[in-house]
Design a protein around this ligand. Structure first.
Ligand SMILES: [Zn+2]
Length: 411
Protein backbone atom coordinates (compact mmCIF):
# COMPACT_ATOMS: atom_id res chain seq x y z
CA UNK A 1 0.00 0.00 0.00
CA UNK A 2 2.91 2.29 0.74
CA UNK A 3 4.34 1.56 -2.68
CA UNK A 4 1.04 2.31 -4.42
CA UNK A 5 0.67 5.53 -2.43
CA UNK A 6 4.25 6.39 -3.43
CA UNK A 7 3.52 5.83 -7.13
CA UNK A 8 0.40 8.01 -6.90
CA UNK A 9 2.39 10.71 -5.12
CA UNK A 10 5.06 10.64 -7.82
CA UNK A 11 2.50 10.92 -10.60
CA UNK A 12 0.75 13.74 -8.76
CA UNK A 13 3.96 15.68 -8.22
CA UNK A 14 5.18 15.19 -11.79
CA UNK A 15 1.82 16.30 -13.15
CA UNK A 16 1.92 19.33 -10.88
CA UNK A 17 5.36 20.20 -12.14
CA UNK A 18 4.16 19.85 -15.73
CA UNK A 19 1.21 22.13 -15.15
CA UNK A 20 3.24 24.66 -13.22
CA UNK A 21 6.34 24.89 -15.40
CA UNK A 22 5.32 23.74 -18.86
CA UNK A 23 1.80 25.03 -19.39
CA UNK A 24 3.00 27.76 -21.77
CA UNK A 25 5.02 25.35 -23.91
CA UNK A 26 2.11 22.94 -23.98
CA UNK A 27 -0.26 25.65 -25.16
CA UNK A 28 2.13 26.81 -27.84
CA UNK A 29 2.55 23.28 -29.13
CA UNK A 30 -1.02 22.01 -28.97
CA UNK A 31 -3.10 25.15 -28.68
CA UNK A 32 -4.88 23.81 -25.59
CA UNK A 33 -4.29 23.96 -21.86
CA UNK A 34 -2.97 21.00 -19.92
CA UNK A 35 -5.97 19.09 -18.64
CA UNK A 36 -6.78 15.94 -16.77
CA UNK A 37 -7.37 14.20 -20.11
CA UNK A 38 -4.11 15.34 -21.68
CA UNK A 39 -2.17 14.20 -18.63
CA UNK A 40 -4.04 10.91 -18.50
CA UNK A 41 -3.06 10.27 -22.11
CA UNK A 42 0.60 10.66 -21.18
CA UNK A 43 0.46 8.03 -18.44
CA UNK A 44 1.47 5.09 -20.67
CA UNK A 45 4.59 6.97 -21.83
CA UNK A 46 5.46 7.73 -18.23
CA UNK A 47 5.01 4.09 -17.31
CA UNK A 48 7.35 3.08 -20.14
CA UNK A 49 9.99 5.43 -18.73
CA UNK A 50 9.43 4.29 -15.14
CA UNK A 51 8.33 0.63 -15.28
CA UNK A 52 7.82 0.39 -11.51
CA UNK A 53 4.71 2.55 -11.91
CA UNK A 54 2.97 -0.42 -13.52
CA UNK A 55 2.96 -2.00 -10.10
CA UNK A 56 0.26 0.44 -9.00
CA UNK A 57 -3.28 -0.04 -10.29
CA UNK A 58 -3.80 2.12 -13.38
CA UNK A 59 -7.00 3.64 -12.05
CA UNK A 60 -5.29 4.86 -8.90
CA UNK A 61 -2.71 6.75 -10.96
CA UNK A 62 -5.48 8.31 -13.03
CA UNK A 63 -7.27 9.33 -9.85
CA UNK A 64 -4.09 11.05 -8.61
CA UNK A 65 -4.24 13.17 -11.77
CA UNK A 66 -7.93 13.80 -11.13
CA UNK A 67 -7.11 14.94 -7.59
CA UNK A 68 -4.63 17.43 -9.03
CA UNK A 69 -7.28 18.63 -11.49
CA UNK A 70 -9.69 19.17 -8.59
CA UNK A 71 -6.99 21.02 -6.66
CA UNK A 72 -6.52 23.36 -9.63
CA UNK A 73 -10.28 23.85 -9.97
CA UNK A 74 -10.44 24.81 -6.31
CA UNK A 75 -7.54 27.19 -6.74
CA UNK A 76 -9.03 28.92 -9.77
CA UNK A 77 -12.41 29.29 -8.10
CA UNK A 78 -10.79 30.83 -5.04
CA UNK A 79 -11.55 27.94 -2.69
CA UNK A 80 -7.98 26.85 -2.04
CA UNK A 81 -4.37 27.81 -2.38
CA UNK A 82 -2.09 26.88 -5.27
CA UNK A 83 -1.61 23.09 -5.34
CA UNK A 84 1.48 21.99 -3.47
CA UNK A 85 3.59 18.90 -4.02
CA UNK A 86 2.62 15.93 -1.89
CA UNK A 87 5.14 14.77 0.63
CA UNK A 88 5.91 11.29 1.79
CA UNK A 89 4.01 10.37 4.93
CA UNK A 90 1.54 13.22 4.59
CA UNK A 91 -1.88 12.06 3.57
CA UNK A 92 -0.69 8.91 1.80
CA UNK A 93 -3.73 7.71 -0.09
CA UNK A 94 -5.04 6.22 -3.30
CA UNK A 95 -8.50 5.75 -4.76
CA UNK A 96 -10.21 2.95 -6.65
CA UNK A 97 -12.90 4.64 -8.74
CA UNK A 98 -14.41 1.62 -10.49
CA UNK A 99 -17.12 -0.14 -8.46
CA UNK A 100 -16.87 -3.10 -10.85
CA UNK A 101 -13.39 -3.88 -9.52
CA UNK A 102 -14.30 -3.58 -5.85
CA UNK A 103 -15.90 -6.23 -3.69
CA UNK A 104 -16.65 -6.00 0.00
CA UNK A 105 -17.23 -9.32 1.72
CA UNK A 106 -19.07 -8.19 4.84
CA UNK A 107 -19.41 -11.69 6.33
CA UNK A 108 -15.72 -12.51 6.03
CA UNK A 109 -14.64 -8.91 6.62
CA UNK A 110 -12.61 -8.77 3.46
CA UNK A 111 -12.03 -5.96 1.02
CA UNK A 112 -11.09 -7.14 -2.44
CA UNK A 113 -9.49 -4.60 -4.77
CA UNK A 114 -7.24 -4.61 -7.84
CA UNK A 115 -3.83 -5.91 -6.64
CA UNK A 116 -5.46 -7.01 -3.39
CA UNK A 117 -6.93 -10.47 -3.64
CA UNK A 118 -8.36 -10.40 -7.13
CA UNK A 119 -5.74 -12.76 -8.50
CA UNK A 120 -3.59 -15.45 -6.96
CA UNK A 121 -0.48 -13.36 -7.57
CA UNK A 122 -1.89 -10.36 -5.73
CA UNK A 123 -1.07 -9.26 -2.22
CA UNK A 124 -4.25 -10.94 -0.98
CA UNK A 125 -7.57 -9.52 0.17
CA UNK A 126 -7.47 -6.79 2.80
CA UNK A 127 -8.80 -7.70 6.20
CA UNK A 128 -11.02 -4.90 7.39
CA UNK A 129 -12.80 -3.84 10.52
CA UNK A 130 -16.22 -2.54 9.54
CA UNK A 131 -17.01 0.55 11.58
CA UNK A 132 -20.49 0.97 10.19
CA UNK A 133 -23.05 -0.62 7.92
CA UNK A 134 -22.90 -0.01 4.19
CA UNK A 135 -26.10 0.97 2.44
CA UNK A 136 -26.73 1.78 -1.18
CA UNK A 137 -24.68 1.35 -4.32
CA UNK A 138 -20.91 1.19 -4.08
CA UNK A 139 -19.17 4.07 -5.84
CA UNK A 140 -15.51 4.08 -4.88
CA UNK A 141 -12.99 3.17 -2.21
CA UNK A 142 -10.16 5.36 -0.97
CA UNK A 143 -7.36 3.83 1.05
CA UNK A 144 -5.47 6.30 3.22
CA UNK A 145 -2.98 6.24 6.03
CA UNK A 146 -3.38 8.26 9.16
CA UNK A 147 -0.67 7.89 11.75
CA UNK A 148 -0.09 4.18 12.18
CA UNK A 149 -3.39 3.08 10.71
CA UNK A 150 -4.76 2.51 7.27
CA UNK A 151 -8.35 3.41 6.54
CA UNK A 152 -10.68 2.45 3.73
CA UNK A 153 -13.24 5.09 3.03
CA UNK A 154 -16.18 3.64 1.11
CA UNK A 155 -18.38 5.98 -0.86
CA UNK A 156 -21.94 4.73 -1.34
CA UNK A 157 -24.75 6.28 -3.31
CA UNK A 158 -28.14 6.21 -1.62
CA UNK A 159 -31.45 7.71 -2.54
CA UNK A 160 -32.85 10.17 -0.12
CA UNK A 161 -35.90 12.32 -0.46
CA UNK A 162 -35.16 15.06 1.99
CA UNK A 163 -38.20 16.78 3.45
CA UNK A 164 -38.69 20.31 2.24
CA UNK A 165 -38.52 23.26 4.53
CA UNK A 166 -42.08 23.52 5.82
CA UNK A 167 -43.52 27.01 5.69
CA UNK A 168 -44.02 29.19 7.57
CA UNK A 169 -40.73 29.79 9.34
CA UNK A 170 -41.09 31.52 12.66
CA UNK A 171 -38.45 33.70 14.28
CA UNK A 172 -38.02 31.02 16.95
CA UNK A 173 -36.81 28.57 14.27
CA UNK A 174 -33.87 30.78 13.39
CA UNK A 175 -30.49 30.68 15.10
CA UNK A 176 -27.37 32.69 14.32
CA UNK A 177 -23.85 31.30 14.66
CA UNK A 178 -20.52 33.03 14.97
CA UNK A 179 -17.04 31.63 15.22
CA UNK A 180 -14.75 32.19 18.11
CA UNK A 181 -11.30 31.21 19.25
CA UNK A 182 -12.09 29.75 22.68
CA UNK A 183 -15.20 27.87 21.54
CA UNK A 184 -15.43 27.21 17.80
CA UNK A 185 -19.13 28.06 17.54
CA UNK A 186 -21.13 30.64 19.51
CA UNK A 187 -24.91 30.75 19.03
CA UNK A 188 -27.22 33.74 19.21
CA UNK A 189 -28.97 32.23 22.24
CA UNK A 190 -25.67 32.42 24.11
CA UNK A 191 -24.72 28.76 23.86
CA UNK A 192 -21.16 27.77 23.09
CA UNK A 193 -20.30 24.64 21.19
CA UNK A 194 -17.08 22.71 21.19
CA UNK A 195 -13.80 23.44 22.85
CA UNK A 196 -10.17 24.08 22.01
CA UNK A 197 -8.65 20.86 20.76
CA UNK A 198 -5.05 21.90 20.84
CA UNK A 199 -4.48 23.47 24.23
CA UNK A 200 -1.11 24.27 25.80
CA UNK A 201 -0.66 20.66 26.87
CA UNK A 202 -1.19 19.24 23.41
CA UNK A 203 1.04 21.85 21.84
CA UNK A 204 3.88 21.26 24.26
CA UNK A 205 3.56 17.54 23.60
CA UNK A 206 3.78 18.15 19.88
CA UNK A 207 6.85 20.35 20.38
CA UNK A 208 8.47 17.69 22.51
CA UNK A 209 7.83 14.96 19.94
CA UNK A 210 9.11 17.15 17.11
CA UNK A 211 12.26 17.94 19.08
CA UNK A 212 12.82 14.31 19.87
CA UNK A 213 12.46 13.50 16.17
CA UNK A 214 14.99 16.13 15.13
CA UNK A 215 17.58 14.67 17.50
CA UNK A 216 17.47 11.18 16.05
CA UNK A 217 19.97 10.06 13.46
CA UNK A 218 18.73 10.13 9.89
CA UNK A 219 17.74 6.73 8.63
CA UNK A 220 17.80 5.13 12.08
CA UNK A 221 15.10 2.94 13.52
CA UNK A 222 14.66 5.29 16.46
CA UNK A 223 14.03 8.15 14.09
CA UNK A 224 11.36 6.13 12.37
CA UNK A 225 9.72 5.39 15.71
CA UNK A 226 9.86 9.04 16.73
CA UNK A 227 8.30 10.01 13.42
CA UNK A 228 5.46 7.56 13.99
CA UNK A 229 4.88 8.95 17.49
CA UNK A 230 4.62 12.46 16.11
CA UNK A 231 2.32 11.28 13.32
CA UNK A 232 0.12 9.47 15.83
CA UNK A 233 -0.16 12.63 17.89
CA UNK A 234 -1.10 14.72 14.90
CA UNK A 235 -3.70 12.28 13.68
CA UNK A 236 -5.16 12.05 17.20
CA UNK A 237 -5.65 15.82 17.13
CA UNK A 238 -7.24 15.56 13.70
CA UNK A 239 -9.62 12.85 14.91
CA UNK A 240 -10.62 14.89 17.94
CA UNK A 241 -11.32 17.91 15.80
CA UNK A 242 -13.35 15.86 13.33
CA UNK A 243 -15.35 14.23 16.09
CA UNK A 244 -16.06 17.56 17.73
CA UNK A 245 -17.21 19.18 14.49
CA UNK A 246 -19.58 16.31 13.75
CA UNK A 247 -21.10 16.54 17.21
CA UNK A 248 -21.55 20.30 16.98
CA UNK A 249 -23.19 20.22 13.56
CA UNK A 250 -25.46 17.28 14.36
CA UNK A 251 -26.62 18.97 17.56
CA UNK A 252 -27.40 22.23 15.79
CA UNK A 253 -29.03 20.63 12.73
CA UNK A 254 -31.27 18.49 14.96
CA UNK A 255 -32.58 21.36 17.03
CA UNK A 256 -32.91 24.26 14.61
CA UNK A 257 -34.69 24.64 11.30
CA UNK A 258 -32.88 27.68 9.96
CA UNK A 259 -29.24 28.38 10.75
CA UNK A 260 -27.68 31.70 9.79
CA UNK A 261 -23.93 32.09 9.41
CA UNK A 262 -21.52 34.57 7.91
CA UNK A 263 -20.30 34.11 4.37
CA UNK A 264 -16.91 32.50 4.43
CA UNK A 265 -14.19 35.03 3.81
CA UNK A 266 -11.64 33.09 1.83
CA UNK A 267 -9.27 35.99 1.27
CA UNK A 268 -9.31 37.04 4.90
CA UNK A 269 -8.52 33.45 5.82
CA UNK A 270 -5.42 33.15 3.69
CA UNK A 271 -4.26 36.63 4.60
CA UNK A 272 -4.39 35.83 8.30
CA UNK A 273 -2.36 32.69 7.76
CA UNK A 274 0.43 34.42 5.89
CA UNK A 275 0.44 37.64 7.87
CA UNK A 276 0.12 41.04 6.27
CA UNK A 277 2.47 43.86 5.42
CA UNK A 278 1.19 45.90 8.35
CA UNK A 279 1.55 43.06 10.81
CA UNK A 280 4.55 41.04 9.79
CA UNK A 281 5.48 40.22 13.39
CA UNK A 282 5.92 36.58 14.23
CA UNK A 283 3.94 36.82 17.42
CA UNK A 284 1.12 38.72 15.80
CA UNK A 285 0.77 36.09 13.16
CA UNK A 286 0.91 33.29 15.68
CA UNK A 287 -1.43 34.79 18.23
CA UNK A 288 -4.14 36.02 15.93
CA UNK A 289 -3.43 34.24 12.68
CA UNK A 290 -2.44 30.73 13.50
CA UNK A 291 -5.17 29.89 16.02
CA UNK A 292 -7.66 31.59 13.83
CA UNK A 293 -6.43 29.85 10.73
CA UNK A 294 -6.65 26.44 12.35
CA UNK A 295 -10.18 27.10 13.49
CA UNK A 296 -11.11 28.67 10.19
CA UNK A 297 -10.27 25.47 8.44
CA UNK A 298 -12.72 23.83 10.82
CA UNK A 299 -15.22 26.57 10.07
CA UNK A 300 -15.38 25.68 6.39
CA UNK A 301 -16.05 22.09 7.38
CA UNK A 302 -18.70 23.16 9.91
CA UNK A 303 -20.42 25.10 7.17
CA UNK A 304 -20.30 22.14 4.78
CA UNK A 305 -21.67 19.70 7.35
CA UNK A 306 -24.40 22.07 8.49
CA UNK A 307 -25.54 22.51 4.90
CA UNK A 308 -26.06 18.81 4.26
CA UNK A 309 -27.27 17.85 7.73
CA UNK A 310 -29.88 20.59 7.65
CA UNK A 311 -30.92 19.59 4.13
CA UNK A 312 -31.47 16.02 5.30
CA UNK A 313 -33.91 17.23 7.92
CA UNK A 314 -35.65 19.81 5.78
CA UNK A 315 -33.77 22.70 7.31
CA UNK A 316 -31.93 25.57 5.72
CA UNK A 317 -28.47 27.06 6.00
CA UNK A 318 -28.52 30.77 5.28
CA UNK A 319 -25.39 32.82 4.63
CA UNK A 320 -25.39 36.53 5.21
CA UNK A 321 -22.81 39.24 4.52
CA UNK A 322 -20.05 39.22 7.12
CA UNK A 323 -19.35 42.93 7.01
CA UNK A 324 -19.32 44.67 10.40
CA UNK A 325 -21.00 41.82 12.29
CA UNK A 326 -18.45 42.11 15.08
CA UNK A 327 -18.84 45.90 15.27
CA UNK A 328 -22.62 46.20 15.19
CA UNK A 329 -24.65 46.54 18.35
CA UNK A 330 -27.28 43.80 18.63
CA UNK A 331 -29.54 46.08 20.69
CA UNK A 332 -29.53 49.35 18.70
CA UNK A 333 -27.71 48.53 15.47
CA UNK A 334 -25.03 51.17 15.96
CA UNK A 335 -21.81 50.35 14.08
CA UNK A 336 -18.56 51.40 15.70
CA UNK A 337 -15.20 49.65 15.92
CA UNK A 338 -14.67 51.22 19.35
CA UNK A 339 -17.64 49.24 20.67
CA UNK A 340 -15.40 46.23 20.76
CA UNK A 341 -13.98 47.06 24.18
CA UNK A 342 -11.69 44.01 24.23
CA UNK A 343 -11.44 40.71 22.42
CA UNK A 344 -14.23 39.17 24.52
CA UNK A 345 -16.26 42.21 25.49
CA UNK A 346 -18.70 44.31 23.50
CA UNK A 347 -19.81 47.67 24.89
CA UNK A 348 -21.92 49.80 22.56
CA UNK A 349 -20.64 53.38 22.30
CA UNK A 350 -24.16 54.61 21.49
CA UNK A 351 -26.52 52.84 23.90
CA UNK A 352 -24.17 51.27 26.41
CA UNK A 353 -25.40 47.74 25.69
CA UNK A 354 -22.92 45.20 27.01
CA UNK A 355 -22.39 41.60 26.09
CA UNK A 356 -19.93 38.94 25.19
CA UNK A 357 -18.51 40.02 21.81
CA UNK A 358 -19.15 36.71 20.08
CA UNK A 359 -22.73 36.37 21.31
CA UNK A 360 -23.37 39.93 20.19
CA UNK A 361 -22.03 39.06 16.73
CA UNK A 362 -24.13 35.89 16.58
CA UNK A 363 -27.27 37.91 17.39
CA UNK A 364 -26.37 40.38 14.68
CA UNK A 365 -25.91 37.53 12.21
CA UNK A 366 -29.29 36.12 13.19
CA UNK A 367 -30.87 39.56 12.74
CA UNK A 368 -29.52 39.75 9.21
CA UNK A 369 -30.86 36.27 8.55
CA UNK A 370 -34.32 37.26 9.77
CA UNK A 371 -34.31 40.25 7.43
CA UNK A 372 -33.25 38.00 4.53
CA UNK A 373 -36.14 35.65 5.38
CA UNK A 374 -38.59 38.54 5.48
CA UNK A 375 -39.27 38.13 9.18
CA UNK A 376 -39.52 41.15 11.48
CA UNK A 377 -36.16 41.59 13.16
CA UNK A 378 -37.33 44.34 15.49
CA UNK A 379 -39.61 42.24 17.69
CA UNK A 380 -36.99 39.58 18.02
CA UNK A 381 -34.27 41.82 19.33
CA UNK A 382 -36.25 42.31 22.50
CA UNK A 383 -36.60 38.56 22.92
CA UNK A 384 -32.95 38.07 22.11
CA UNK A 385 -32.05 40.60 24.73
CA UNK A 386 -33.84 38.51 27.33
CA UNK A 387 -31.80 35.52 26.27
CA UNK A 388 -28.74 37.74 26.33
CA UNK A 389 -28.94 38.43 30.03
CA UNK A 390 -29.13 34.70 30.67
CA UNK A 391 -26.22 34.06 28.39
CA UNK A 392 -24.12 36.68 30.12
CA UNK A 393 -24.73 35.07 33.47
CA UNK A 394 -23.90 31.67 32.05
CA UNK A 395 -20.75 32.94 30.39
CA UNK A 396 -19.53 34.43 33.61
CA UNK A 397 -19.88 31.06 35.30
CA UNK A 398 -18.15 29.40 32.38
CA UNK A 399 -15.24 31.79 32.43
CA UNK A 400 -14.62 30.93 36.04
CA UNK A 401 -14.30 27.23 35.50
CA UNK A 402 -11.89 28.08 32.76
CA UNK A 403 -12.30 27.37 29.09
CA UNK A 404 -8.92 26.21 27.88
CA UNK A 405 -7.69 29.33 26.24
CA UNK A 406 -4.69 28.82 23.99
CA UNK A 407 -1.53 30.10 25.62
CA UNK A 408 0.04 33.14 23.97
CA UNK A 409 2.75 32.10 21.59
CA UNK A 410 6.38 32.40 22.60
CA UNK A 411 5.77 31.52 26.21
ZN1 LIG B 1 -26.17 49.87 21.02
Amino acid sequence: MLRIAGCCRLVYNLALEQRRDFWRQHRRKTGTAISWFSQKRELPALKAAAPFLSEAPAHCLQMALKDLDTAYDRFFSGLGGYPRPRRKGEGDSFTFPDPGQIRIDVAKKRLILPKFGRRATDAGALRIRLHRGLYGALRRVTISREGRHWYASVLMRTKRNPPRLAAPVAASDVIGLDRNVAAPVVASDGRRFGCVIEGPRERSRQRRLARSLSRKCRGSKRRQKARLRLLAHKSRMARRRRDMIHKITTDIAKNHRVVVIEKLRVLAMTASAHGTAEAPGRNVAQKAGLNRAILDVGWGEIRRQLAYKLAWRGGLLLEVAARDTSRSCAACGHVDAASRASRDMFRCTACGHEDDADVNAAIEIRRRGLIALGLPPAGTVGAARGALCDSMARNREKKNDGINLPAPAGR
